[in-house]
Write a protein that binds this ligand. Structure first.
Ligand code: PAF
Length: 275
């Protein structure tokens, strides 16, 4: 497995050694089964797989969140080697954001609500780093997890609006046996918080059943917000949205999605499901 740390290195390597189609999985490391399933999917669909491991500072609106983000490169390296990844791009902040860097990407309308509202600047950072990574690695296909549903839609919109020559593919959310969606942040939960965390998915399941059975969506959402608050969650949002624009819906329609973000203690979790 080649570990490439600067832009010239990976560009030369891409042109001379890496055969197309090339599948690319951008990550922030601390790899779990969710990332690994994307890497396997990329491996099945392409001749070459490149993974990037880079904790992007510009997408963190909270310095403490950035400082506490788990960094586990040695373990990540072994996992990627075991999956026979061809190359890993492992840049530093200086490589990605050299002195004087000032141009960023405006993430547009899909980013305005939900995570965009609660984490100002987050999607500007995501779009900026993802467009740089796509330009550096030049993949044919890039893979993102459905767990970060709004991120997926924002990236799809960016790729479409900016005519970026890459196909975006998504992999399903991978869950623990009790339903908790895998996330690098799960390792920061205390045992008590970990035991309560699956209630997020349970709330989504109950909502899907209630709204699917024609119960009033607003009333069902309000009831589940209260249930989560009573279980000790601080709910940022629990919403029924259009699956492409992410605009709120008052009643279910084709392609609708449920989105939730809530904190237990200092750990903020997000989840979503199709209706
Ligand atoms: O989903 C992530 O891990 C990050 O937002 C990404 C896409 C790697 C950009 O830093």
């Amino acid at each position: 497995m080649n570990i490439l740390r600067n832009i010239e290195e990976i560009r030369d390597f891409r042109a001379s050694q890496l055969r197309s189609p090339l599948g690319f999985v951008p990550t922030m490391g601390n790899l779990h089964e969710g990332h690994l399933s994307l890497v396997r999917l990329a491996g099945r669909e392409n001749r070459t797989v490149v993974v990037s491991v880079y904790v992007n500072p510009t997408q963190f609106n909270d310095p403490e969140d950035l400082a506490s983000y788990p960094r586990t490169w040695e373990k990540d390296r072994m996992l990627l080697e075991s999956l026979e990844v061809d190359s890993v791009f492992l840049p530093t902040d200086e490589v990605m954001y050299p002195k004087g860097y000032s141009i960023t990407i405006n993430p547009g309308a899909v980013a305005a609500r939900w995570e965009g509202e609660h984490r100002p600047g987050h999607f500007e950072g995501v779009c900026s780093v993802v467009s740089k990574l796509l330009d550096i690695v030049q993949p044919d296909v890039a893979y993102f997890g459905e767990k970060d549903y709004q991120q997926l839609q924002v990236i799809r919109a960016m790729v479409g609006d900016l005519n970026l020559p890459v196909t975006i593919r998504c992999g399903p959310t991978i869950r623990e046996t009790d339903g908790l969606a895998l996330s690098s942040r799960n390792s920061l939960l205390s045992p008590d918080e970990r035991a309560r965390a699956p209630r997020l998915k349970q709330a989504l399941d109950r909502l899907r059943a209630a709204i699917g059975a024609d119960q009033d969506a607003a009333a069902a959402l309000s009831e589940e917000r209260s249930t989560l608050a009573a279980a000790g969650f601080q709910v940022d949002y629990l919403a029924l949205v259009d699956g492409a624009s992410l605009e709120p819906l008052t009643a279910p329609e084709e392609g609708a999605r449920l989105l939730v973000a809530a904190s237990i203690g200092v750990v903020r979790l997000i989840d979503n499901c199709a209706l």
